[in-house]
Every structure is written in structure tokens, then in C-alpha cells.
Write a protein that binds this ligand. Structure first.
Ligand code: PEP
Ligand code: MN
Length: 262
């Protein structure tokens, strides 16, 4: 069902006034984690002022260590909802438990399925049973074929509003956190009709190369780019080293816009 052979036209995901996959790429930005109402409000106000329409923020955090900040859970989704309605933003947040999929739809506009859960088949089935748009991340060791099959799990249950996001894969290269597989973008666009995005933050883990990677993603045909922005990255409870502060984000955004690709 996700194959271009099955459907020629691009799937377009409407989110209020905007669409994803409709030909006009967008930047999705926001903190790695929802940490507090004030933190989310601060970043949302700055992003709104810059013209951003979709806010990201994780509230169920799949952390490598059990001793690291695990997220605010449902409380964080409530914060996202409150701040988004104040600023007229759409929201994306990761859900990790099939039992939360239905409930999530009343707080957020897009459910993210994280890289670590790309082949959590019960989660994919639950995501297929609702009608909330899904942003499916590529597993860190998943082939493109496995990625598309994971999307198929969702679409085959009736939820056609699925977007794919490349977020880097594990290789031997240590210069970046993961290896951004830019070739996945044109391949996914060719093989599937679903919108394709690129997470430049988690793929590179490096603030200094986000703008060229975002431009590469858009030049390769991506429908959008995701980037992490925190009002004070040094104090962030997760991914402190890789999040942009607001000034850095504005410089990043200006550089990407200047390319004419947005
Ligand atoms: C995230 O986007 O918050 C995240 C945890 O990313 P990934 O699942 O790609 O590691
Ligand atoms: Mn992160």
C-alpha cells in the first residue's frame, strides 16, 4: 500500500492550514524533551516569531540509560497542547506505548514513532488503528525495505496519514552521531508516495553542519526537515550537546531559506 506502484500521487498530510508532502517543504523544530511549561513556552514563542508552524518535543523519552531523564509523560503532552493552542502551532511528540496511542490524539497533532520502536509491531498496529497522522522514524539499523514494511504495518490497518523520516543509521563513522543516509530520500520518494523528512539533529549530532545537511535533504527532495531547538541547550535534560539555541536556530533557518529550497 505504501508503494508508488500502488498509488502514483503523493500522499499529502493536512495539518490545519498547512500540509506536509504537498510540495512546500517545512522545518519542524522544538526541544528534544518537554521539560517544563516555561521551557516549551519560551521556545514556542521564539519559533512562532520566526515563522515555524510545527513544534516538536518528546515527553516519553527512550533513553539509553535508565538513570537518564525519562520525560514528563502525559503531563508533557498537556504542556504541548496548552502552549500550541496559545501560539497556534501544530505539535509532534513520540509515543512509546500502544496503550497511549488513542489518548495521544487528544493532545498532539502528530504521533512520532521513534527509531528504537520502528519494528515494535504492536505499537505500529496501534498507530494504524487511529487516524492521527504518524511520523515514523527509520530504525538506526533498519534497511529502507524494513522501513517501508514498518510503514506498511500502519497503513494496512487503515491509517494512511504516515510520514517517513530518515534520522541517520549506525555505521563505523565516528565523526557524526549517526550517518545521514541522504540517498534514502530520493529512494523513498521514488519507491513510496508517503512524505519523506530528514532529522538533521539526530542523524549528525553536530550543530555545526546542520544547515548544509538540511539543504542537502531539501535538494534531494525531502518534504521537510526536523531540528532540535532549546532555549538554553547547556541545561537541557537530554541531548544537551546537539540542540541549537534560539539565535543559532534563527541563523540556521535564514541560511536554509537563503538557498531557495524552502
Ligand atoms: C527524537 O526525535 O526525540 C528521538 C528520540 O529520535 P530517534 O528516535 O530518531 O532517536
Ligand atoms: Mn533528541
Amino acid at each position: 500500500l505504501v508503494s508508488r506502484k500502488k498509488q502514483k500521487e503523493n500522499t499529502v498530510v493536512p495539518l490545519g492550514d498547512i500540509t506536509i508532502g504537498g510540495g512546500k517543504p517545512l522545518i519542524i523544530a522544538g526541544p528534544c524533551s518537554v521539560e517544563s511549561y516555561e521551557q516549551v513556552r519560551q521556545v514556542a514563542a521564539a519559533l512562532k516569531a520566526s515563522g515555524i508552524t510545527v513544534l516538536r518535543g518528546g515527553s516519553f523519552k527512550p533513553r539509553t540509560s535508565p538513570y537518564d531523564f525519562q520525560g514528563l509523560g502525559i503531563e508533557g503532552l498537556k504542556i504541548l497542547k496548552e502552549v500550541a493552542s496559545e501560539f497556534g502551532l501544530k505539535t509532534i511528540s513520540e509515543i512509546v506505548d500502544p496503550a497511549h496511542i488513542e489518548l495521544a490524539g487528544s493532545y498532539i497533532d502528530v504521533i512520532q514513532i521513534g527509531a528504537r520502536n520502528m519494528q515494535n509491531f504492536e505499537l505500529l498496529k496501534a498507530a494504524g488503528d487511529v487516524r492521527t497522522p504518524i511520523l515514523l522514524k527509520r530504525g538506526m539499523a533498519a534497511t529502507i525495505d524494513e522501513f517501508l514494511h514498518a510503514a506498511e504495518y500502519i497503513v494496512s490497518r487503515g491509517n494512511t496519514q504516515v510520514m517517513l523520516i530518515e534520522r541517520g543509521i549506525r555505521t563505523y563513522e565516528k565523526a557524526t552521531r549517526n550517518t545521514l543516509d541522504i540517498s534514502a530520500v530520493p529512494i523513498l520518494k521514488q519507491e513510496s508516495h508517503l512524505p519523506v523528512l530528514v532529522d538533521v539533529t539526530h542523524s549528525t549530532g553536530r550543530k555545526d553542519i546542520l544547515a548544509p545537511c538540511a539543504k542537502a535533504a531539501l535538494a534531494a527532495g525531502a518534504d521537510g526537515v526536523m531540528v532540535e531547538v532549546h532555549p538554553d541547550p547547556a541545561t537541557a535534560l537530554s541531548d544537551a550537546a546537539q540542540q541549537l539555541n534560539i539565535d543559532e536556530f534563527n541563523r540556521f533557518y535564514a541560511e536554509v531559506k537563503q538557498s531557495g529550497l524552502l
